[in-house]
Design a protein around this ligand. Structure first.
Ligand code: HEC
Ligand code: HEC
Length: 264
């Protein structure tokens, strides 16, 4: 577990650097500092209470959603105009993910710590400086995607088939995945719900992504990455054994089957 202490040390060394007392460590990027600060406060927040949300608000205060929307035009080529994802999960859904989670992933992609050819070609420090990362993350986080269209009477006066077609483009409903939904529900509730939420909705305050409403093939693709530690499931505890490694394929299939029912 990376302790609050380790993080504090990072902070102290940059203070020492300002005072010129020891060899300067590499200066942290502002975003890195902000995210470290957020994590720090999140961990601290668990102990003193009430500060986590404030820290997050601080990090995202003053974001420019209009700029975020402009930047999203680049992302839309793969992730869809509304961040709805596409090609059955080749491109994950981004709409509604926690802003701090999106920002951290973008930072990892920029630093090649999370690798994916398509993403690595789309984001680097020059194309996407820190301010833009925060803007596009906040913009994508703010997009709401319904899982179904509200029922309408197509014969009623004022019904507009074109508007209905446009609205249907933003709808994402995850197809039912195979597996034992009841068994998956039990496992999910015991092993995942504490972080990913009772209904797989994620947790914006703690930067935990939703799992319900995300494409099943995309979730599957992440499993070996966490098991090989190409991604860190719990970034605050890089040395802990990976949780997902302790489940059989059948267990995971059942969990993902359950998750795929939650947006029905
Ligand atoms: C050329 C296609 C392409 C473009 C353009 C692109 N992405 Fe991606 N993105 C991907 C793919 C593919 C993945 C899945 C990577 C994986 O499987 O690990 C991904 C993953 C992500 C993730 C991780 C989501 C998660 O749940 O872990 C984020 C966040 C993201 N992209 C944001 C963006 C943003 C913001 C932009 C625009 C600045 C962008 N992407 C542009 C293809 C693209
Ligand atoms: C201790 C809290 C915690 C628990 C328990 C937990 N997760 Fe996670 N999960 C996270 C965090 C935090 C992330 C984001 C990590 C990152 O930055 O890559 C994540 C990411 C994921 C992702 C990738 C999602 C994406 O959009 O890229 C999958 C898949 C996942 N978890 C599955 C599970 C499953 C299945 C369980 C239960 C067996 C579980 N997690 C239990 C905290 C947790």
């Amino acid at each position: 577990m990376q302790t609050v202490g380790t993080m504090l040390m990072t902070d102290t060394s940059s203070k020492a650097e300002r005072q010129g007392s020891i060899a300067p460590p590499k200066r942290q990027q502002p975003l890195r500092r902000l995210i470290a600060l957020t994590l720090l406060t999140l961990l601290g927040g668990a102990m003193v209470g009430g500060t986590a949300l404030q820290a997050m608000e601080l990090v995202f205060a003053g974001v420019d959603l209009r700029n975020g929307k402009d930047i999203n035009e680049v992302c839309a080529g793969c992730h869809g105009e509304f961040g709805q994802g596409g090609k059955e999960g080749e491109y994950p859904r981004l709409a509604g993910l926690p802003a701090a989670f999106i920002a951290r992933q973008l930072d990892l992609f920029r630093d090649r710590k999370r690798t994916n050819l398509a993403m690595v070609e789309s984001v680097d420090h020059r194309q996407l400086p820190d301010a833009d990362v925060l803007d596009v993350s906040a913009y994508l986080a703010s997009i709401e995607i319904p899982s179904k269209l509200p029922p309408v009477d197509e014969t009623a006066p004022g019904f507009n088939a074109y508007e209905r077609l446009l609205a249907s483009k933003r709808v994402v409903q995850i197809p039912r995945a195979e597996g034992d939904v009841e068994a998956g529900k039990g496992l999910y509730r015991r092993e995942c719900a504490s972080c990913h939420g009772a209904r797989g909705e994620g947790d914006a305050k703690d930067a935990v992504p939703f799992l319900a409403g995300q494409y099943t093939p995309y979730l599957w693709r992440q499993v070996p990455k966490y098991i090989d530690k190409r991604r860190l499931h719990d970034p605050t505890a890089p040395d802990e054994p990976e949780l997902l490694a302790s489940f059989s394929e059948t267990d995971l299939r059942n969990i993902f089957a359950y998750l795929s029912t939650l947006d029905d």
